[in-house]
Design a protein around this ligand. Structure first.
Ligand SMILES: Nc1ncnc2c1ncn2[C@@H]1O[C@H](COP(=O)(O)OP(=O)(O)OP(=O)(O)O)[C@@H](O)[C@H]1O
Length: 246
């Protein structure tokens, strides 16, 4: 579904070059759940931003749904098929927009259905992510972080994406809400499969929600391992990440 070949991203400031992503290659199959682990500054977010087409690689080849990013014809279709979820929902929901308007946006932008049908569809999704129906009349600052992330997940799922990019979506939540959001994500993935790339510094968390984990350090992949075999990791950096979380 996505393929990265020898992807590099460099930033140059004041004659100093940072190799944020350095010769990274991997692919994600349809409905596959891939984790990207690594410490601060290892290049995880930069990699995700390139897959999301928010930034261009300095070099290398990136194919999304079979198309090279430089020759994509139908951007609208790609933007609908590939969704992103970040750590802070308040950064993506405009403060003066009530939550129903936020949920209606994709139906309007991608002409998914008319407003009456969309409102009914939203009602179903709200129930499905275990939120009270009245939440849609609220504004983002009136709702808890855990509830907002469940609502953001509903907004993603109603677009029936093929791929979702998660950048530390539960890092700002307490342990209880983190589990609620991750359990919900697994339920949604079982019911309506989609591929995802999940970035986290917490390799234990990734083990619970992915099939395969790619471990990054200083912009490079140091190890790729099946999540259920994480205990058999051989690279010292992977082992250090595992014991840091224990
Ligand atoms: N826009 C930018 N300009 C200059 N340097 C950047 C830019 N974005 C990222 N970097 C540098 O690239 C490297 C990788 O950063 P990145 O944010 O991708 O790492 P990360 O693994 O996601 O870290 P964190 O977990 O702290 O978010 C870091 O050294 C960072 O300072």
């Amino acid at each position: 579904m996505i393929q990265l070949e020898n992807i590099c991203k460099q930033y140059t400031n004041h004659n100093h070059t940072v190799y944020a992503v350095d010769n990274v290659s991997f692919s994600v199959a349809e409905n596959e759940r891939v984790g990207i682990a690594g410490g601060s500054g290892s290049g995880k977010s930069t990699l995700l931003r390139m897959i999301a087409m928010l930034e261009k690689p300095t070099s290398g080849t990136l194919r999304l749904f079979g198309e090279d990013i430089h020759s994509i014809q139908n951007h609208t279709e790609i933007y609908r098929s590939m969704q992103m979820m970040f750590q802070n929902p308040l950064a993506v929901i405009p403060p003066r927009m009530n939550l129903e308007a936020f949920l209606l946006e994709p139906y309007i932008n991608y002409r998914l259905m008319d407003i009456t049908a969309a409102k009914e569809d939203i009602r179903k999704w709200i129930q499905h992510v275990d939120l009270p129906e009245t939440i849609v009349q609220k504004y983002p600052h009136e709702v808890s972080g855990g509830q907002l992330q469940r609502l953001v997940l509903a907004r993603i799922m109603l677009m029936h994406p093929k791929l979702v990019l998660f950048d530390e979506p539960t890092s700002a939540l307490d342990a209880v809400n983190q589990k609620l959001v991750l359990d919900l994500l697994q339920k949604l993935h079982r019911e309506q499969p989609f591929g995802y790339v999940f970035v986290s510094h917490d390799i234990g968390l990734l083990q619970a929600v992915t099939d395969r984990i790619i471990v990054m350090k200083d912009g490079q992949i140091v190890e790729t391992i099946e999540s259920k075999r994480l205990k058999e990791a051989v690279h010292p950096y992977t082992k250090a990440l595992v014991s840091a979380g224990e």
